[in-house]
Design a protein around this ligand. Structure first.
Ligand SMILES: Nc1ncnc2c1ncn2[C@@H]1O[C@H](COP(=O)(O)OP(=O)(O)OP(=O)(O)O)[C@@H](O)[C@H]1O
Ligand SMILES: [Mg+2]
Length: 215
């Protein structure tokens, strides 16, 4: 059974798809056999990859490739890790994904309304952990962070004060994230490696967090 990591947030446009694609690349670079699962009925990842020349190094599993999440779990058996992109609303789909996941990573922009929504999503995840999947770990990752503002630190403290796990790694607001998706690539070759260093820190921290949870 692979390690299953879901990107989840009830709001749209917070960077779920961007982080799913980049984390998939990061796990591949780190030597893991990693599947990328597009569980979003919008099919963003599937459309992007199709538009930019279906990359052979991306093991993409589309929503149409499985009927049930038991079937998905079977498809994932040959992999070490699976990264799942999910839709931007609370739904049966999300419950099913989180019921088989080991980690839910919730991207959150440093803005008050996004914080409220991230807190609600984390409560929803906690309810699924309590009732269906005791092994489910969850954490917030701050994303689209504007450099050199104290505000991000305040948002971080606010989330932590509500008892939420906030990862140390954070993702900057960089055009390279959008540009790389446009090419169907990760950010590895963009930005002189600055954005990839953020993904590297995030990947390492997720692995360490999950090890700590299971040891
Ligand atoms: N770190 C970032 N810096 C700058 N732009 C970003 C960053 N992450 C994502 N974006 C851009 O923000 C937009 C939304 O990102 P993305 O599609 O990944 O969000 P999403 O949460 O998957 O949205 P949806 O819920 O609608 O599927 C895209 O245009 C993307 O290129
Ligand atoms: Mg998306």
């Amino acid at each position: 059974m692979p390690l299953i990591i879901a990107l989840a947030h009830q709001k749209g446009g917070v960077g779920k798809t961007t982080l799913a694609a980049n984390l998939h690349s990061w796990f591949g670079e780190a030597g893991y056999a990693c599947a990328l699962v597009d569980a979003d009925p919008q099919g963003s990842l599937s459309h992007l990859l199709a538009a930019f020349g279906n990359r052979e190094d991306v093991a993409l599993i589309r929503r149409g490739d499985f009927q049930t999440y038991d079937e998905l779990a079977k498809l994932l058996e040959p992999f070490d890790v699976a990264v799942i992109d999910t839709p931007p609303y609370l739904s049966r789909e999300l419950v099913d994904v989180l019921s088989i996941a080991h980690a839910a990573i919730v991207p959150c922009k440093a803005s008050p309304l996004d914080v409220l929504a991230a807190r609600q999503t984390m409560e929803y995840i906690e309810e699924i952990r309590r009732t269906r999947n005791p092994a489910l770990a969850s954490a917030v990752v701050l994303t689209m962070v504007i450099a050199a503002t104290e505000f991000t630190g305040q948002i971080r403290q606010h989330l932590q004060a509500s008892g939420l796990k906030v990862l140390r790694a954070q993702i900057g607001n960089r055009v390279s994230y959008a540009r790389s998706l446009l090419k169907g690539n990760s950010v590895k070759a963009e930005d002189g490696g600055k954005a990839w260093a953020e993904i590297d820190a995030l990947g390492l921290e997720i692995v360490a967090f999950l090890k700590e949870r299971t040891s």
